[in-house]
Ligand binder design. Structure first.
Ligand code: FES
Length: 114
């Protein structure tokens, strides 16, 4: 398997309501992660670019949250309608979508794929 140039991790964590804490799964994160994968595959980009679901990335509130590695660029509060722009501008063009960027969670390590 080839090593991709960039991996976009989308947190798809979903907490039970009884935990009383917001999670990315409350904001359609699984559908968004799947849409990223579908777009990359349809465009034949899935060898060099990868989208992967991940567990909690740390920030939780105002999600969904995602991080592009190795750039360490974080996105928050985006929707499925923003997927194509992130792919085109950032993953292909190297220009992060600044209106959707957020600060990295303090002390966060790059996530592992799930
Ligand atoms: S639940 Fe997604 S960052 Fe914590």
């Amino acid at each position: 398997m080839e090593t991709p140039d960039k991996i976009l991790f989308v947190c798809t964590n979903k907490r039970l309501a009884k935990w009383g804490k917001e999670s990315c799964g409350d904001h359609g994160a699984s559908d968004i992660a799947e849409h990223f994968r579908r777009v990359l595959k349809m465009r034949g980009l899935n060898k060099n670019l990868r989208a992967s679901a991940s567990g909690c990335l740390g920030p939780c509130n105002e999600g969904p949250h995602a991080v592009v590695m190795p750039d360490n660029i974080w996105y928050s509060g985006f929707s499925i309608d923003d997927v194509e722009e992130i792919v085109e501008s950032h993953l292909l063009g190297g220009k992060p979508v600044t209106r959707l960027q957020s600060s990295p969670a303090v002390g966060q390590q790059p996530p592992e794929e799930v």
